[in-house]
Design a protein around this ligand. Structure first.
Ligand code: CA
Ligand code: CA
Length: 241
């Protein structure tokens, strides 16, 4: 699936979008209508050295904007080892964007990140569960060893499934971007880990929906003025009921 191609330089488009759409976010926040039936997330910050992954690459050729479909019935790198908790549902399929997000409802490769809650580019206005791990205009350069990699660790019943974006910024190919998300087989928590910073033009957070009555999301940062991440930063989204 392709986005409409840019008609203005990306730097200008991104600046305009940031100015128009995003306010400064002082602290992680949950949507106001968090209900007990789906729960919500709060964010715990910690530090741990980022571990690069170099197996199970989802994009065998260099890509700018693309998505890969994973499922529990998939094969090879595209197989999820277990259904992953997102809010209060176990999801058996996901669309992984090369631009640093995972969608469980839409399937868009859009590069121009918006603040949450985002419709993630669905023209009908539908939206759903999605993770913005490091949603920005990333570029995967296979000639430099980039990729979006997956890895499963641990024993059955307590496995961990990690998806790692290890690429660079479209607008500055000399600047690398590394971030990963880990799902836990035995927990609804979701862990995001960072190997680089520079999230001033990115969105980080989790959303359930953009529409009431379940208008729920938890955003850590969105574009300039937001809290930053740095190499070794870990954000654990702790599920609450
Ligand atoms: Ca891109
Ligand atoms: Ca951006």
């Amino acid at each position: 699936m392709t986005s409409p191609r840019r008609v203005v330089p990306r730097s200008l488009a991104v600046a305009a979008a940031a100015a128009a759409a995003c306010s400064v976010i002082g602290a992680p926040q949950a949507g106001a209508e968090a209900g007990t039936n789906v729960g919500y997330y709060t964010i715990n910050k910690s530090a741990s050295t980022y571990k690069s992954i170099t197996v199970n690459n989802l994009f065998p050729t260099s890509v700018d904007d693309s998505t890969a479909a994973l499922s529990v019935t998939g094969s090879g790198a595209y197989k999820m080892p277990f259904p992953v908790w997102v809010y209060n549902l176990k999801m058996s399929t996901m669309n992984v964007s090369s631009n640093g997000n995972i969608q469980f409802w839409t399937n868009t490769d859009r590069w121009d990140n918006t603040c949450l809650p985002s419709a993630f580019g669905d023209a009908t206005g539908n939206s759903g569960r999605a993770l913005a791990v490091f949603w920005d205009d990333l570029y995967i350069d296979r000639s430099k060893g980039d990729g979006v990699f997956t890895q499963t660790t641990g024993a059955a019943g307590s496995r961990q499934f990690t998806i790692a974006w290890q690429g660079r910024f479209y607008g500055n190919r000399t600047m690398t971007a590394k971030a990963s998300v880990t799902f836990f087989e035995n927990s609804k928590n979701i862990k995001m880990s960072y190997g680089t910073g520079n999230n001033a033009n990115a969105t980080i957070g989790i959303q359930l929906s953009t529409t009431p009555p379940k208008n729920i999301w938890t955003q850590y940062s969105c574009n300039p003025g937001s809290p930053t991440v740095k190499a070794g930063q870990v954000l654990t989204f702790v599920h609450r009921t």
